[in-house]
Design a protein around this ligand. Structure first.
Ligand SMILES: [Zn+2]
Length: 111
């Protein structure tokens, strides 16, 4: 059966994906992004020597590093784009409601 859960990040209740019943974070873009950041941080905390070790072992480490940050930036920009689009939609709805209310009040004032 479908059972609502509370998102660990935003605290809103959501229905977990039926393929991922252990999901503890809602599917909102913001929470998914936050989860990604947390994963990255968690991994680094668990592997504190990984970066140091790699630096010594791998002479092309700097290149890899640059490549990674480029990829990350690209993902980040994609996220920001999606975020903006989502908010544009929200803003549009807000304005629609606002204008409806405005017209209603105007009409009432004239009547
Ligand atoms: Zn959430």
């Amino acid at each position: 059966m479908e059972e609502e859960k509370k998102c660990l990040i935003c605290g809103k209740s959501f229905l977990p994906n039926k393929y991922r019943p252990n999901q503890s974070i809602c599917s909102s873009l913001e929470c998914q992004y936050q989860r990604q950041l947390n994963n990255m941080k968690g991994w680094r905390d668990r592997n504190p020597n990984y970066f140091k070790y790699k630096e010594i072992q791998d002479s092309s480490w700097k290149e890899t590093c640059q490549q990674r940050s480029l990829e990350w930036r690209k993902r980040h920009q994609e996220y920001l784009k999606l975020y903006r689009e989502e908010h544009r939609e929200r803003h549009r709805n807000y304005m629609k409601e606002y204008m409806r209310e405005y017209r209603r009040l105007k009409k009432a004032g004239q009547g």
